[in-house]
Ligand binder design. Structure first.
Ligand code: HEC
Length: 274
């Protein structure tokens, strides 16, 4: 894949999306949301997420860390090195770690156990910003892209998987913080909106399916690819909760709750979002 045409295309996408948002704002909310949806589908063919996917595939195959080994012995649940379809079954229980893990947590595990990084080093750059790229987000883009079209099939049968699901469900409805918000405050009604943003009803199967299967996503407004860990981190912030720790049990439990509720739907990411 040659990189420069994609880069140019990405810049065009940013401009046209900015125009779309500006034009959209002039209309009533419904038509603005329709406009964004139209642009989104027009842009889907040239999703800049492909840049992250390509970088992630390179990282997967490159010997890294003090041990200079690739991720090709990393078991994402379907056997060492198997990437195809793995994301559609995560989070899951891993006997070697005796813990339920989502994708990001498993990648950190492999970086520590196989590649010899310290845990602090493996976790130090979870989300990209204007001046730095996140290897984890690139790896997540590549691995999730290998589940595109695969039906979500999170088991939840191991006692620890079941426990994570139940904790995630509790957290979803738990109210707290200065505004007494729960996830459910913003995400348990149909057609709820904050400004121009549709808030999915995540307690209904269709809502959970649509939301979960379209992350990670390239955020046009941020020029970044964002993982599901980031999505939860940012909603914790919107909820005025304490900072959600990357790969914490809390983040995995919430992911388990939403991923399992999305079972049966075909995974369709990395997507592109506003
Ligand atoms: C104060 C309101 C608010 C609270 C509370 C909140 N969110 Fe959100 N959430 C949003 C908004 C706004 C968006 C859409 C953001 C955007 O499009 O930029 C969103 C988006 C999402 C999405 C992605 C939906 C999609 O279709 O792309 C998920 C998943 C999600 N939230 C989960 C949660 C979880 C889990 C919690 C509880 C920890 C939570 N949210 C708490 C406002 C909230």
């Amino acid at each position: 894949m040659s990189k420069s045409p994609l880069r140019v295309r990405a810049r065009g996408i940013l401009l046209s999306a900015a125009t779309a948002l500006a034009v959209g704002a002039a209309f009533a909310q419904t038509s603005a949301v329709d406009e964004i949806a139209k642009y989104r589908s027009a842009l889907q063919e040239g999703n800049p997420a492909e840049l992250w996917e390509a970088r992630g595939e390179g990282l997967w195959k490159t010997p890294r860390g003090p041990n200079k080994v690739t991720f090709e012995k990393c078991d994402l649940g379907l056997g060492p090195g198997v990437v195809k379809g793995a994301y559609a079954q995560l989070p899951r229980y891993f006997a070697d770690a005796d813990r339920v893990m989502d994708l990001e947590t498993r990648l950190v595990w492999c970086m520590v156990k196989l590649q010899g990084f310290t845990e602090a080093d493996a976790k130090k750059n979870p989300f990209g910003g204007p001046n730095r790229k996140s290897d984890i987000e690139a790896l997540v883009a590549f691995i999730t892209s290998e589940s595109r079209g695969v039906k979500m099939n999170v088991a939840g049968t191991h006692p620890k998987e079941d426990e994570a699901y139940r904790i995630g469900e509790k957290m979803f409805f738990f109210r707290g913080g200065p505004h007494d918000f729960a996830c459910a405050t913003c995400h348990a009604e149909d057609s709820k909106r904050i400004r121009l943003q549709d808030l999915p009803n995540l307690v209904k199967q269709a809502g959970a399916q649509k939301a979960y299967t379209t992350w990670p996503a390239y955020r046009v407004s941020q020029g970044e690819l964002r993982s599901f860990q980031w999505r939860l981190y940012d909603c914790f912030r919107q909820q005025r909760f304490p900072e959600l720790e990357f790969t914490s049990d809390a983040s995995i439990a919430l992911t388990m709750f939403l991923a399992k509720n999305a079972n049966g739907a075909a995974f369709d990411a990395p997507a592109i979002k506003r």
